[in-house]
Design a protein around this ligand. Structure first.
Ligand SMILES: [Ca+2]
Length: 312
């Protein structure tokens, strides 16, 4: 009897936790104010995406995401009370994110700043399928993920372009590379899984930035932020700061995928795991949680800083 009561109580608790966790991984509405508590104006920041901007940090856990940290920076920079509207859901692929953009037009139209990230789950799902295949030369699942990413990203950006208010800013963030070291340790013939995936990642990221730029939006390079050092390292022989070697550049890369692709591939030796992101000559930061997928608080704050560098 005692066991049965315990079991019922446990189940009830688990159900309650699951319900709150599901809510916690989805939409959030918050007011973000300058640190001194006073403000002279208001702003609306609306964020679209998946678990990254939803702040996923494990089951029953949500942390401040880069969207929230960026919203706080907007509050400070504009001396504003910011209405932060996170309209993101853990686990969603780009087609679902595009649908969520279309079903949140009120928050889209009200926004002074709109952020969007996505395609991560499309590629994580595809990578898992690819790893489980017996034939590592069959890249169909990866090509399909890239195709869906591009098609649905364009749909989402078109919805944003045709509904955003005049003078608003839009920031699109590219993918970083979670599990980079793990993929370098997996082989396909004479190559590594890293060499297979990097092609798709670069094409997805270039598409995201190019589609952003062509609509007058900003692009934030998550791969550079997470996967290359902020200083020059001995990973290659030059004296150029590693992040500058791989960061996407509107002046040289807009409308020119080969320019971007060839430059980054020529410098692929400097792409490193985000668990040991080098932030200084003698300092590293751990930007990924133990799941090797989602950002730590330090990672989110870095992404927010790079959003601010692009548009504040
Ligand atoms: Ca270098």
């Amino acid at each position: 009897m005692r066991t049965k009561v315990f079991a019922i109580a446990f189940f009830a608790t688990l159900t309650a936790l699951t319900s709150s966790a599901l809510a916690g991984a989805g939409s959030e509405s918050r007011t973000l104010r300058p640190a001194d508590g006073t403000y002279t104006t208001t702003r609306v920041v609306t964020a679209f995406g998946d678990s990254i901007v939803a702040g996923y940090c494990g089951i029953f856990c949500r942390a401040d995401s880069y969207g929230v940290f960026y919203g706080r920076r907007v509050a400070e920079a504009r001396d504003a009370s910011v209405s932060y509207r996170g309209r993101a859901q853990s686990g969603e692929v780009m087609s679902q994110i595009a649908s969520r953009v279309a079903s949140n037009l009120t928050d889209l139209r009200a926004a002074d700043t709109i952020t969007i990230e996505g395609c991560g789950n499309d590629f994580l799902d595809a990578r898992k399928s690819y790893r489980n295949q017996s034939d590592c030369t069959n890249e169909t699942v990866l090509a399909t993920a890239l195709d869906r990413c591009r098609t649905n990203l364009r749909t989402a950006l078109n919805t944003i372009a045709s509904n955003r208010k005049a003078g608003s800013q839009v920031l699109v963030m590219t993918l970083y590379y979670p599990g980079l070291n793990s993929d370098k340790g997996r082989t396909c013939g004479a190559g590594k899984h890293f060499d297979v995936f990097i092609d798709y990642l670069l094409e997805a990221n270039w598409t995201m930035c190019n589609e952003a730029w062509s609509r007058g939006f900003k692009c934030v390079d998550g791969l550079a932020s997470f996967n290359a050092a902020d200083v020059d390292t001995t990973l290659d022989a030059d004296t150029t700061v590693d992040i500058d070697q791989v960061r996407i550049n509107q002046a040289t890369d807009a409308g020119n995928f080969p320019a971007y692709y060839n430059r980054v591939l020529a410098s692929k030796a400097v792409l490193t795991d985000a668990n040991t992101k080098r932030t200084g000559t003698s300092t590293t930061a751990d930007y990924l949680q133990s799941d090797d997928t989602h950002p730590t608080s330090a990672g989110h704050q870095r992404l927010a800083a790079d959003h601010a560098a692009a548009a504040l």
